[in-house]
Design a protein around this ligand. Structure first.
Ligand code: KG4
Ligand code: ZN
Length: 340
């Protein structure tokens, strides 16, 4: 007997994207609707939490409706509703969470609270590769940087994480300092493409003997370099600064990942989180991993940054595992990877 198909409606509203998606059997994307607020927050140089919440309220219903329409799936056919409940902005999270709870209650369908960071890791199951645990994951987003082992679909072992700034945060802060628009990561990558990555030597924070990261010193070094040049009245080549910074941060991420591959003997490493959209990082990590016998898997571009497909996919595996959330599920702004 063939197993019944499982349809999960995923909902994501942790930051500045309102998103909904229907995914069939965990790996078949039937719809992927993302309403981004980036142009609105750009005027302020970063995400304004109150505006984000208000915009989520305006967009959540149309986005959910479009996800169902695009998928040609009715609410009756949906088996469970998966929703991000953390980490993220509390007011933003609450919008998606309230919508998901209301739907689950009205339809009498299971509610599944999903950890956003686990969602990013699970975006790799949609990369077209036949990925199966165990594998390593390097999570690099706006708020998090960590290396972990995905032992199976429900067990994650943290190897190390950032002690201060996240990788995406360093990109964003340096971009802001250089007068580039929000979000800074893609802007730095664009600018770096025209610069010389070997022109400026920035310190490479390695924290030997651990899998932890620290990027605040590197961020300060870049800012001090720009200050120093300005004080001396010298012309700053912004493209060279961007390229040299990007090369340094990528080198640290690749070096640590290689160490983790060697130590664990795992043969696959996946990239997750917004910074995984960075082509330099993808190329350097693919090369670096190959030198120690491992293969890199990364999400398709649209699934690197925030989306609800990854939430539906993570929700599918939790559904299969029997995980269900109570209607008392609350937003957890500081939720950690692997935490319930
Ligand atoms: O995962 P994400 O969309 O949101 C969070 O969960 O944080 O990640 C957003 C982060 C931002 O810091 C953004 O600058 C960074 O990902 N980012 C990039 C690139 N695209 C997005 N960083 C470097 N290069 C990129 N191409
Ligand atoms: Zn994210």
């Amino acid at each position: 007997m063939t197993e019944k198909d499982v349809y999960i409606l995923g909902i994501e509203s942790s930051c500045d994207e309102t998103a909904a998606s229907v995914v069939k059997n965990g790996r078949e994307v039937l719809s992927n609707v993302i309403s981004t607020q980036i142009p609105i927050h750009r005027k302020f140089g970063g995400v304004v939490p109150e505006i984000a919440s208000r915009k989520h309220i305006e967009h959540i219903m149309p986005v959910m409706n479009k996800a169902l329409t695009d998928a040609h799936v009715t609410l009756d056919q949906v088996d469970a509703i998966a929703v991000t409940y953390g980490p993220g902005l509390v007011g933003a999270l609450l919008v998606g969470l309230s919508a998901a709870k209301a739907l689950a209650f009205a339809l009498d369908k299971p509610l599944i609270g999903v950890n956003h960071l686990e969602g990013h890791v699970f975006a790799n199951f949609l990369s077209g590769e036949n990925l199966e645990p165990p594998f390593l994951a390097l999570v690099v987003s706006g708020g998090h940087t960590s290396l972990l082992i995905v032992e199976d679909y429900n067990t994650f072992k943290l190897l190390g994480q950032t002690r201060d700034d996240a990788a995406g945060e360093a990109f964003d802060k340096i971009a802001r300092f250089m007068g580039l628009p929000y979000p800074g990561g893609p802007e730095i990558e664009k600018l770096a493409a025209t610069g010389n990555p070997d022109s400026i030597e920035f310190p490479k924070p390695m924290l030997p003997g651990t899998f932890d990261f620290s990027f605040s010193g590197l961020k300060s070094a870049v800012i001090n370099y720009i200050h120093g040049m300005e004080q001396r009245g010298e012309t700053i080549n912004k493209a060279d600064v961007a390229a040299s910074f990007q090369k340094t941060i990528v080198a640290v991420l690749v070096e640590k990942s290689k160490q983790a591959i060697k130590e664990t003997g795992l043969k696959e490493i996946v990239l997750a989180g917004g910074v995984s959209a960075n082509k330099n990082l993808q190329d350097a990590l693919a090369k670096g991993a190959a030198t120690v016998g491992a293969k890199l898997v990364h999400p398709t571009k649209i699934l690197c940054t925030d989306n609800a497909v990854m939430i539906a996919t993570r929700g599918y595996y939790m559904f299969k595992h029997g995980d269900r959330s109570a209607y008392t599920l609350n937003a957890e702004p500081a939720l950690k990877l692997g935490e319930k």
